[in-house]
Ligand binder design. Structure first.
Ligand SMILES: [Zn+2]
Length: 232
């Protein structure tokens, strides 16, 4: 079943996907700042309250800009690729400065980027709750596990476990930590189609996700940041 067909049911949950309050607006999952124009038609939408809707948007903007800078290896517009991120950073020099200040050189002279972990974590949790709500899991407490790490920092075994969303047996969770974000060279930013057949691709190379009964939510931002959130 195409989960987008569940759109009509989102109102029936009757609560904000993020805090459970009475909803007074709707929120795209993922939010548009994580995607490029033209947007795919029929983006998943969940019910949300105004407070959550506005509260999370700065963190999502931060993560989106941070990832683009890490992937491109610079905070300078001339080296960035996504037009939307260039525009945001042009209008927000403080954010550019803040991301630039998180850049370090490691001992070998390579670039290390130190994300604002709380903001990344808040965004990962928000997105996971949004996906879960969209798949009609309305009432969720605190997750038992929240992990995120660059895809290329995973071992082969972790990568296989992460990509696998089709088997009935739950794979052992990769131990995804909050390690520093290394700069890596991403060729084309395209997902390997053989690895994404069981994923819902919102926008190729930009965003994909999978929700498993159980409940486990996985998603990948810009084919760079692997995220995984699980509940009992
Ligand atoms: Zn809310």
């Amino acid at each position: 079943m195409d989960p987008r067909q569940l759109f009509k049911d989102e109102r029936l949950t009757g609560m904000c996907a993020y805090c459970g309050a009475r909803p007074d607006t709707r929120d795209h999952v993922p939010s548009k700042v994580l995607l490029d124009e033209p947007y795919p038609p029929e983006l998943p939408v969940v019910a949300a309250c105004e407070k959550c809707n506005s509260e999370f948007s700065l963190d999502e903007q931060y993560l989106s800009c941070f990832l683009e800078c890490v992937i491109c290896g610079t905070t300078d517009n001339s080296g960035l690729q996504r037009p939307k991120i260039k525009r945001i950073l042009n209008e927000n020099p403080k954010l550019r400065y803040r991301i630039e200040a998180s850049k370090r050189k490691d001992e070998a002279g390579g670039l290390l980027w130190l994300p604002e972990i709380d903001r990344v974590r808040a965004t990962v949790m928000k997105l996971a709750r949004g996906h879960a709500a969209y798949e009609l899991y309305p009432e969720l407490g605190e997750p038992v596990d929240v992990g995120f790490a660059p895809l290329l920092s995973l071992s082969d075994e972790q990568r296989v476990a992460f990509e696998n969303v089709s088997t009935e047996d739950l794979q052992p969770y990769p131990e995804i930590g909050t390690r520093a974000f290394l700069r890596v060279f991403v060729v084309g930013g395209k997902a390997d189609p053989t690895q994404v057949s069981d994923w819902i691709v919102v926008q190729p190379g930009r965003y994909r996700y999978a929700v498993k009964d159980g409940l486990l939510v996985k998603f990948v931002l810009s084919e760079y940041l692997a995220c995984m959130v699980s509940w009992e």
